[in-house]
Design a protein around this ligand. Structure first.
Ligand code: FAD
Length: 315
């Protein structure tokens, strides 16, 4: 139970792999963490069917089950889990200062010496009908996570930046044909990546193209592509569609409080989870534009709890 007016040691914002891992470590270090679940309990993994690359689950595990297990583990060590969303924050500039998080604008709030931000990121959708229906049933945001399910099959990727080309390169080694759908008539990716892609035989590139339809019954079966220059439409039969048009870190709340990079990710000190405010740490996708995996999020969640524990020792 949360006691009124008590200053906490550890408040965690977010209930994805980073948040729950931070909670498990913080609770076992007697920091009595309070974790805010937010609008997506369990985080991004709850929108996928099977997670096959999280160590320890050799047959794979459903995203929901994995996150439910994480929640139970955090509860086992008496983490206080609050099913609310943080709407405003005030972070102190002073070492040992007290931070405040609000659950309703200017009303209900909790004070804490330490904060762990694990609000994750949200993948950008194309905005097409059926896109969400086939999420986890052929539509994916992560080739590293889901590429293996399409071994020897045909897949498509939409996007023209570094991520899309990295995904295409990765998938070309597993899949039969990779169709790369690019909205513009050029890539935004680095020259080195463009060169690498141009040397791969099974990557077929469609510039000036957009996906107009996603088709299938129980699983994704194909897409319709429109060439925006000559207005010719074509259908491609694929088992997987990888959307690589970017992610948005969930950092709106921290805009005027923390240093963010040009894409909005929280900047942390190299090799740690420290932000520019003493006692405020960031873990998971919210500070990671590169790896964006459940295991790396869990890893940095652990780091954040250890960093906070150390910080509190010196305050
Ligand atoms: P998230 O999982 O993004 O969780 C963020 C949490 O913050 C949520 O609980 C949300 O409610 C909460 N939150 C946000 N704002 C607030 C607020 N204001 N107040 C309170 N709470 C808030 N990775 C893999 O390793 N393997 C896979 O197979 C895999 N499959 C994926 C499939 C899909 C469809 C997607 C979208 C991602 C997949 N990923 C996979 C990536 C993985 O899900 C993420 O890397 C990971 O979930 C990031 O964890 P996180 O804890 O940083 O944040």
């Amino acid at each position: 139970m949360l006691k009124k007016n008590k200053i906490m040691d550890c408040v965690i914002i977010g209930s994805g792999p980073a948040g729950y891992t931070a909670a498990i470590y913080a609770a076992r270090a007697d920091l009595h963490p309070v974790l805010f679940v937010g609008m997506q309990p369990g985080g991004q993994l709850t929108s996928t069917t099977k997670v096959d690359n999280y160590p320890g689950f050799y047959e794979g595990i459903s995203g929901n089950e994995l996150m439910e297990n994480c929640k139970k583990q955090a509860e086992r060590f008496n983490t206080i889990i609050i099913h609310k969303t943080i709407t405003k924050v005030y972070f102190s500039d002073k070492k040992g200062g007290i931070h405040r998080v609000y659950m309703k604008k200017n009303e209900e709030n909790i004070e804490s010496k330490g904060i762990i931000i694990a609000t994750g990121s949200s993948p950008k959708f194309l905005g097409l009908d059926e896109e969400k229906k086939f999420l986890g049933l052929g539509v994916s945001f992560c080739a590293t996570c889901d590429g293996f399910f399409h071994k020897g099959k045909d897949v498509a990727i939409i996007g023209g930046g570094d991520t899309a080309l990295e995904e295409a390169s990765f998938l070309s080694k597993i899949c039969r044909n990779v169709y790369l759908v690019v909205r513009k008539n050029y890539f935004r990716a680095s020259k080195a990546l463009q060169y690498r892609i141009s040397k791969i035989n099974n990557v077929n590139i469609f510039f000036c193209s957009q996906i107009t339809k996603i088709m299938g019954n129980d699983f994704l079966e194909g897409i319709q592509i429109l060439n925006t220059k000559n207005k010719i439409s074509r259908t491609i039969l694929i088992s997987g569609l990888f959307i690589a048009i970017g992610h948005s870190p969930n950092t709106k709340l921290f805009k005027n409080q923390l240093n963010l990079d040009e894409r909005g990710y929280i900047i942390v000190k190299k090799g740690s989870t420290s932000t520019n405010k003493p006692g405020v740490f960031a873990a998971g996708d919210v500070q990671d534009p590169t790896y964006r995996q459940a295991i790396t999020s869990a890893g940095t969640g652990c780091m954040a709890a250890l960093d906070l524990e150390k910080y509190l020792c010196f305050c």
